[in-house]
Design a protein around this ligand. Structure first.
Ligand code: NAD
Length: 309
């Protein structure tokens, strides 16, 4: 399959290497000029904990330099970069490729719908992970899986092809029964762990050891529940709380600093407007106030400003 990864950061590169190694024709599309230049000159370096670094020869390009058409475009920008990337792709979308996003945050489907017909969009979540160590260099550990669904399942005959391609590359993809519920569940978890760990400068285990973690958690998720109910989205605050509590153990994710914490440390913008901020905005539209999520989003923006982001 001819595949473009639009937004080839940590995750895009990890997926890109796996898909190319499985025999697909892969182009990495990215706006970070040093990253693109390094991949094209010295290849993409992948550091694992299982042996020496692997260097893979790959093709990378800035969006404005891409003229090819693709069967599948995997959008792996951060949520707030997605609209710009799709605008830059312009004519690359004209052959109506399948557009798949597994990016975190709520609202990505609405962003894609501004550029791509609904019946060409596939969305989902993934528990694969990766870190961008520098231009042309990622560090990866462990394995993962993907849960995805076509936005209009009845009008999407190509889904088995997409699944086969991902699974042939070892990406462990399966079809979700309710992808919006899966996206909201992950966003609920991220809106607690990412946001508080970033504000308190702590890891997940340290957050879980706080005597009042449950009060802080419930303040966020009770508002999620009310907004999801009003929007008719399946959301179970107790199930998300259980999932959060399961991350505290050092043997699972207790020692891990969430991605928002890492973005802040690297002086990169966070995805908070697509987590707590999105729920606050949607709540306002639906007449369901979510002042705690609104305030948390503002606190993250204040911290970004203090970091010069
Ligand atoms: P990333 O920050 O590694 O890359 C996103 C974009 O930012 C890329 O275009 C990248 O080139 C650019 N970028 C990153 N650092 C830059 C720098 N210093 N200068 C210029 N440009 C830079 O993002 P990611 O971690 O691949 O995440 C993509 C999406 O997947 C997000 O929605 C994220 O929440 C989600 N996600 C990430 C992980 C993970 O482990 N990284 C896991 C699951 C989901």
């Amino acid at each position: 399959m001819k595949i473009a990864i639009a937004g080839a950061g940590a995750m895009g590169c990890r997926f890109g290497v796996k898909l190319q190694t499985a025999g697909n024709d892969v182009t990495l599309i990215d706006n970070w000029a040093d990253h693109v230049a390094t991949i094209n000159t010295t290849g993409l370096t992948v550091t694992t904990d299982e042996g020496p670094d692997q260097v893979t020869t790959m093709t990378a390009a800035a969006p404005q330099d891409v003229t090819d058409h693709f069967d599948l475009i995997i959008l792996f920008t951060k949520a707030m970069q997605m609209d710009h990337m799709l605008t830059e792709l312009g004519d690359v979308l004209s052959n109506q490729p399948v557009v798949l996003t597994l990016a975190n945050g709520i609202g990505n489907i609405e962003t894609i719908e501004k550029h791509v017909p609904k019946n060409r969009i596939v969305a989902g979540t993934t528990i694969w992970s990766s870190s961008l160590t520098g231009p042309g260099h990622i560090t990866v550990t462990g394995t993962g899986s993907i849960s995805l669904q076509a936005i209009v399942p009845a009008e999407f005959p190509d889904l088995p092809d997409v699944l086969n391609t991902l699974n042939h590359a070892g990406l462990n993809a399966s079809v979700a029964e309710d992808v919006l519920a899966a996206i909201w569940k992950k966003a609920g978890l991220n809106s607690v762990l990412n946001t508080y760990c970033t504000l308190f400068d702590c890891n997940i285990g340290e957050f879980g050891a706080l005597p009042n973690w449950r009060t802080l958690n419930d303040a966020v998720l009770d508002e999620f529940q009310a907004v999801a109910d009003a929007a008719k989205i399946n959301f179970d605050a107790q199930a998300v709380t259980n999932l959060i509590a399961a991350q505290f153990d050092p043997m699972t994710n207790g020692g891990h600093y969430p991605s928002m914490h890492q973005d802040m440390a690297k002086h990169r913008p966070t995805e908070v407007d697509f987590l707590n901020g999105y729920v606050a905005k949607l709540g306002a539209q639906l007449g369901v106030p979510a002042p705690i999520n609104a305030n948390l989003a503002q606190q993250i923006h204040a911290k970004e400003s203090l970091r010069g982001i």
